[in-house]
Design a protein around this ligand. Sequence first.
Ligand code: NA7
Length: 543
Amino acid sequence: MPDMTPSKRVDGDALDALIIGAGFSGLYQLYLLRDRLGLKAQVLEAADGVGGTWYWNRYPGARCDSESHSYCYSFSKELQQEWEWTERYPEQPEILRYLNHVADRFDLRRDIRLGTRVAAARYDEAGNLWHVTTASGDHLSARFLITAVGCLSTANVPKIPGLESFAGSWYHTGEWPHEGVDFRGKRVGQIGTGSTGIQAVPVIAATAQHLTVFQRTANYSVPARNAPLDAAFKRWVKDNYDAIRDVTRATTNGHPFTISDRSALEVTPEERQALYEQAWEKGGLQFRATFRDLLVDKAANDTAVDFLKAKIRAIVKDPKTAALLTAFDHPYATKRPPIDTDYFETYNRDNVTLVDVRTAPIERITPGGIRTRDAEYPLDIIVFATGFDAMTGPLLRMDIRGRGGLTLQEAWDAGPRTYLGLQVAGFPNLFTVTGPGSPSVLCNMPVAIEQHAEWIADCIAHLRDRGLQRIEAKPEAVERWVAQVNEAADATLLPQAASSWYLGANVPGKPRVFMPYTGGMAHYRSICDGVAARGYEGFALTD
Ligand code: NA7
């Protein structure tokens, strides 16, 4: 990242860059554009605080599934030496403290407007400017518009008839009240058993009078083995940060561990069992890295499925509940694999019931609770752990209009189409951090975010150095990239999970397109670097 002389600014009150969102992406993008490039940049953030995902997701048990020493920025060696994580997996309040610390440490707040939701953004071709309108009617303009809106930030509350008639309280996990929810003495119903639901169940069950979990799709989970970090590990991390970062940058998923080069099918059944046992004991997303072919070979994947089924059956005492929890309809880790703390154990508690809403769907919400085809469940509180309109939702809920008034909704009518997940044809100077078509959610997010934010800053510096004002993805480059994204997905088992949010399947009516790039973060990084080295191949650069 070169240090630049102060920028040649755009005319009048217009900014060089507007950034939407003050989470991991927006904070770093602001730092790069303002402090490294010397641009006039501003962040607009809907929430009343920084933190993005970690500002909103305050549900019981909210914790990151990436290990803390890798779920943080790498751009500042001082920051990584100063900050001390307390647990193997950081809890939501700790991550929020970290992001607030970053905002203060790099003096970012003076260029962040909180409580400012972007309603619309329109590209003015003659002036080569983006005009942004906020929900309260303010107008701002900038040469570059950068969306740093997160991939999982538009709550998906299913339209179940009767919700408005419910006499109790209901909450979505991604929009949790800051003051918390008191479950004591309450009959709680939780819909959803994704990564969020699996984190929430044990914590809610600990205080609720009764918890009823409504499961539509049985989900795999592996113990997280979360624990406080000891002094020796903390020291080791600080002494070895460069090497740890080298691993996160070189691996498929941006995590600080490598994927085994063994096939699950080339070892003996005894060896395989022993390796899975070791991985189960170690815990966490590393389980998926036990063998190299778990995500590409169904027979290899089946061995993991058999192992996990046996574990769940050994933990869960009631055979009917165990059968429901293991009624998987997709290969292991083809949906985002959760990790947990006592999730399956919690079904042994007397105050927890599992209800199968695949065979007997929820029909309506009544004033008194949830009615399925077979029964009515009286409830005081409903928790929607029902996920998000992932990846495209946060972008499409803004009215973004590019060249000739083309809306992003129109451009993505049949599903998202981008070049490298960074730009959309017809939308000059608009960059989408961790946009659809990039590894994003398949990667440890800070690794994906840093790569995108740096690529965008380098690109803007490149334009400025050459007196260029505009960059736009060429339609043929988009075509080729979309084909590459599909090809990469089809080379894996991931599209086999019919109900996956990677495919948009969790939101009724959403086009079924496999959205993230499955070719691996390290490979993707080299593609992006190559594109830049070849003078931003596939983009039109104009003055
Ligand atoms: P997910 O992974 O999308 O999980 C949502 C869950 O809610 C999942 O079990 C869904 O079942 C269930 N769901 C959604 N709508 C309904 C309806 N209408 N009825 C019954 N059940 C429903 O969201 P999370 O918040 O857990 O995780 C999102 C990501 O955040 C996670 O992957 C991490 O990357 C962080 P389904 O499987 O669709 O049948």
